[in-house]
Design a protein around this ligand. Structure first.
Ligand SMILES: NC(=O)c1ccc[n+]([C@@H]2O[C@H](COP(=O)([O-])OP(=O)(O)OC[C@H]3O[C@@H](n4cnc5c(N)ncnc54)[C@H](OP(=O)(O)O)[C@@H]3O)[C@@H](O)[C@H]2O)c1
Length: 263
């Protein structure tokens, strides 16, 4: 007998590690997984922000723990994976979300900033996925990896936005997702990507101020920016048994912004 839709989306008994889970999109994704029943490990660099996020989640009945770690550094990534596994015994769901951006015209983009963005947004996703899969998911023949990419990984930007390293990194995350999904299907590990459009967050605050929230919203067919619930449904679909036959895919959550062209 097939399971009910409630059973398929149920994450009770599952454990989830969410990088960049202290605020913004990562916190929204963590909250979605927690509300569906998962026990959470949040991570980012600043302990104080993590403590605040975990306290807010706990006050809503979600079991939330945290580990401060820098996902741009190999040793820190390994420590994050190992400490999470020591505490939880396994990781069922990994959300690679911690990311950074840099604005500069391509001709003047500092190479140090290029490396910083690529290290965190691509290398960090790869190293943490590899560590968690090797220490937990492959042996258990079970796992869900969700990579936060961006619609910036699908197209070039308008001339007002100079983020070549960021766009390149997010394009890489999309093909990383396809390739890893293809390789690790044999281990029953699904790998999928979410491509958000514009969501207000610390990362986009400068852009919102420069270009204007109204103009950014008007660029999407639905005429709105993303809010603090728009990523929840897709995240739980990718994380749960409801999505067990989906791998190597990306889906934009962007009010339709990525489907229109101004040409
Ligand atoms: N907001 C949008 O419109 C939008 C659109 C498309 C895609 N995205 C993607 O969504 C993800 C989250 O972005 P956001 O908008 O929520 O940004 P945000 O508010 O700046 O949050 C970034 C998170 O990542 C953490 N982080 C940054 N550098 C880190 C590092 N080196 N190691 C570990 N954690 C680190 C931050 O905490 P600490 O600073 O304390 O480390 C924070 O928790 C990113 O991958 C971004 O590219 C965002």
């Amino acid at each position: 007998m097939s399971r009910s839709i409630q059973q398929l989306f149920d994450l009770r008994g599952k454990t989830a590690l969410v990088t960049g889970g202290s605020r913004g999109l990562g916190l929204q994704l963590a909250r979605a997984l927690g509300e569906a029943g998962a026990t959470l490990m949040l991570s980012s660099r600043k302990a104080q922000d993590l403590e605040q996020a975990a306290t807010a989640l706990k006050s809503d009945g979600i079991e939330a723990h945290w580990i401060a770690a820098d996902c741009a550094q190999d040793a820190e990534i390994n420590r994050l994976a190992d400490e999470t596994l020591a505490q939880f015994g396994r990781v069922d769901i990994l959300v690679n979300n911690a990311g950074a951006s840099w604005g500069a015209p391509a001709e003047d983009h500092p190479v140090e900033a290029w490396d910083k963005v690529m290290n965190l947004n691509v290398r960090g996703y790869f190293l943490l996925s590899q560590r968690i899969a090797k220490q937990s998911m492959i042996a258990r023949r079970s796992g869900r990896i969700i990579n936060v990419a961006s619609i910036a990984g699908l197209n070039g930007n308008t001339p007002a936005m100079n983020t070549i390293a960021y766009n390149t990194s997010k394009g890489a995350v999309i093909n990383f997702t396809r390739t890893l999904g293809a390789e690790w299907g044999k281990y029953n590990i699904t790998v999928n990507a979410i491509c958000p459009g514009f969501f207000p967050s610390k990362m986009t605050a400068g852009l919102m101020a420069t270009i204007g929230e109204d103009r950014l919203a008007a660029a999407a067919p639905l005429q709105r920016l993303g809010d603090d619930e728009d990523l929840k449904g897709l995240c739980v679909l990718f994380a749960s048994d409801a999505g067990k036959h989906i791998t190597g895919q990306w889906l934009a959550v962007d009010g339709g912004a990525s489907v229109v062209s101004c040409g």
